[in-house]
Ligand binder design. Structure first.
Ligand code: ZN
Length: 87
């Protein structure tokens, strides 16, 4: 639990609340996510690690880390629950 809270306090992407927002910042294929600005990539195997942008990327944040795989999972889970709870 403590670890989850720590990760959350490091987040920089509270704007990525919907799939639409997420897709504005990230590009994905089956096994990797790419920053739409600097095209740095992260494998799904590193989903628990903070995303590392290329030097000078405008979307990188000096104090906070991005966890794009976790954000995507959270968004999809929320969408699925919404869908399932529809009468
Ligand atoms: Zn970047």
């Amino acid at each position: 639990m403590e670890e989850t809270r720590q990760h959350r306090s490091l987040r920089a992407v509270p704007n990525d609340r919907t799939l639409h927002d997420w897709k504005n910042h990230w590009i994905h294929d089956e096994t990797a996510i790419y920053c739409a600005q600097c095209l740095a990539s992260q494998s799904v195997l590193d989903a628990q690690a903070p995303f590392v942008h290329h030097r000078g990327c405008g979307y990188a944040h000096p104090l906070f880390a991005h966890y794009p795989w976790q954000d995507l999972a959270r968004i999809l889970r929320a969408d699925m629950l919404k869908e399932l709870s529809r009468p």
